[in-house]
Structure formats: structure tokens, C-alpha cells
Design a binder for this molecule. Structure first.
Ligand code: CP
Length: 327
């Protein structure tokens, strides 16, 4: 259960009640995220943003979320700026930083790094992406966006068909997404990827074990059929060598306006956790004029969702509106 002092390490931790609660708090905080209302509920609190891997959205949106709630953000970008390069362990680093901050957000290239840091820290730890494993707060943002986008057209998540397209092996956001969305009922997942980049069973089985349909496709015509949501992802070339065969298969799965119009229903919502790879073009910029493309609404949603998470795990969620005032 999402509560005070909680570490956020995996999307598997959340149940449906958690998502309902998080949504309620995030919706209340949307005017604060947009700067239309001031709320300093976390005044005096400190967040340590430890990013040992590149990031634009996650690092900055966590920083914005904490700052908009009146807290102070300590930012570290890159292993080379820390004593880890002198041989300090992650465990020791975590214990030390937890003496300086009330909450730690961490991104690290190694799966399980967030868990090690949570083991050393005396304060809540939030996983901002651990190697090829998980990215739970991206999944919370994706859930919030899917829920809003479907609601706007009279649809619900229950019973939806969700297409997850691209690098499903190394794309950590897809692992967290399938785990999180599996708390809903009667979903159909279409997993569309080159064979070598299929989603590992440990994640696909979360959906199967909850009774959802999981169908694997290698082509866009089959994969996009019946989609309510198309969630495209980047090929994670920093984590593996793309051989010519995989590249060819990936090229056939590029989503552009023509392939979307040809194969997907008119109402399908298009998401991508970003960054999109402009050179490779897995999500073409020729989709940018389509109202279906929700990628920037998705990035904007990262702020109220992360604010809500801080409010819940730092115990101020129930008193937030007492702090609301005009800018
Ligand atoms: N979606 C995401 O994790 O983006 P960044 O790598 O820019 O944080």
C-alpha cells in the first residue's frame, strides 16, 4: 500500500487502490504543477536527485515537482561527480545521502541498484530507472495519461487493448507499464517487437497470471489492430549492439502517420516515454499534428504525478489544500 515512508522500487508494488489515491492527489495538484496555485507543503524538506545515467524528463520533473511543493532539490548528475569513483559503495553512498535529505530519487545503469540504495538509506527511495529493469514512476505517469486520454473519449482502462511496441527487452518503461496496467481487468496486450527484443517472460507473465490476454506480434498490421493505446518505445542502443537483422526488423515496426492510419483504429491514443530517437525514427515526427499523439501531455503529467507521490510518501497528502494560496 502506497503510504508514508514507502520506497518506490517497482511497479509491482502498486494495487488499484493506490492508483485511485494517487490519481486523486495528482488531480488536486494539477493547478500547482502549472504554477496557477502556490503550495509550500514541503517547505524545509530536502530531496536528493541522484542521477548516475542521463535523463531529461525524469530528473527535471522530479525536481520541478519537489520545488513546486516548496522543497529544496539537491541534484547530482553522473557517477563521476560522486565519491563512488573513489570506490565508495552504493550502500554507503545511500546511507550518507540519507543523512542530508528526506527522500532520495535514483537513476542507475544497473538493475537492482535502487534496491541496494533503499537498503542503505534511512529515508524513502524512489527508483527513477534501474538499467534495463524498471521505471515505476514513468509507469505511474503513463497510467495517469492513459486514464485521462481514455476517459476523454468515454472509454475505460478495463477491457482496453494496449499495444506495446519497440524494444520490449531492454525498454524498462515497458516492463513497469505491463506490471502496473495488469491491476486492471480484462486487458489485451499486444507485444510487438523484433524477436530478439521480445519482452522477458518475468514481465509478460505478470499480465498472464492476472488473466489478461497477451499476444505477441512481429508486424504492425496485426499488432495495431483493435488498439485503444499504442505505446511506442525507443531501441535502447546504449544497452546492446543492434545487429543488421534486428535493425531491419525494427525498421519494419516504425510508426508513422501512414502506418498508423492504415493499421490502427481512428481513436487510438499514441504514447512514448521519450526520448524518441530522431535518427532512427521509431515514432515519426509526421505524427505530431495528430490529436491522437499524447506524448507531450504525457510528459506534462509527470509533474503532478511525481508531486502526488512525494505528498503521499512524505505524509502531507491529506493537508495539501490547507497550503493552497494564490500566486
Ligand atoms: N522517460 C524518461 O525516462 O526520460 P528521461 O530519460 O529523459 O528521464
Amino acid at each position: 500500500m502506497l503510504d508514508l515512508g514507502y520506497d518506490v522500487l517497482s511497479a509491482r508494488q502498486f494495487d488499484r487502490d493506490d492508483l485511485t489515491r494517487l490519481t486523486k492527489v495528482a488531480e488536486a495538484l494539477e493547478p500547482v504543477a502549472r504554477g496557477e496555485v502556490v503550495c509550500r507543503a514541503l517547505e524545509g524538506a530536502v530531496m536528493a536527485n541522484l542521477f548516475f545515467e542521463p535523463s531529461t524528463r525524469t530528473r527535471i520533473s522530479f525536481g520541478t515537482a519537489f520545488s513546486r511543493l516548496g522543497g529544496t532539490v539537491l541534484d547530482t548528475s553522473g557517477l563521476e561527480t560522486t565519491a563512488i569513483v573513489k570506490g565508495e559503495s552504493l550502500y554507503d553512498t545511500a546511507r550518507v545521502v540519507s543523512g542530508y535529505a528526506d527522500v532520495i530519487v535514483v537513476r542507475h545503469p544497473t538493475p537492482e541498484a535502487a534496491r541496494i540504495i533503499a537498503g542503505g538509506a534511512l529515508v524513502p527511495v524512489i527508483n527513477g530507472g534501474d538499467g534495463e529493469a524498471e521505471h515505476p514512476t514513468q509507469a505511474l505517469t503513463d497510467f495517469f495519461t492513459i486514464s485521462k486520454e481514455l476517459k476523454a473519449s468515454g472509454r475505460t482502462i478495463d477491457g482496453a487493448t494496449i499495444v506495446i511496441l519497440g524494444d520490449l527487452r531492454y525498454g524498462r518503461t515497458t516492463h513497469s507499464l505491463i506490471a502496473l496496467m495488469s491491476v486492471f481487468e480484462g486487458l489485451t496486450f499486444h507485444l510487438v517487437s523484433p524477436e530478439a527484443l521480445s519482452m522477458p517472460d518475468q514481465y509478460a507473465d505478470i499480465a498472464r497470471n492476472r488473466g489478461h490476454q497477451v499476444k505477441v506480434f512481429r508486424t504492425l498490421d496485426e499488432g495495431l489492430a483493435g488498439a485503444d493505446v499504442v505505446y511506442a518505445t525507443r531501441y535502447q542502443s546504449e544497452r546492446f549492439q543492434i545487429d543488421p537483422q534486428v535493425r531491419e526488423a525494427a525498421e519494419r515496426l516504425r510508426l508513422d502517420a501512414a502506418s498508423f492510419r492504415r493499421h490502427a483504429p481512428e481513436h487510438a491514443v499514441i504514447l512514448h516515454p521519450l526520448p524518441r530517437d530522431e535518427v532512427f525514427g521509431e515514432l515519426s515526427t509526421d505524427l505530431d499534428g495528430l490529436p491522437n499523439l499524447a506524448i507531450f501531455r504525457q510528459t506534462d503529467n509527470g509533474v503532478p504525478v511525481r508531486m502526488a507521490l512525494f505528498a503521499l510518501i512524505l505524509g502531507v497528502a491529506d493537508t495539501l489544500t490547507d497550503h493552497f494560496r494564490e500566486p
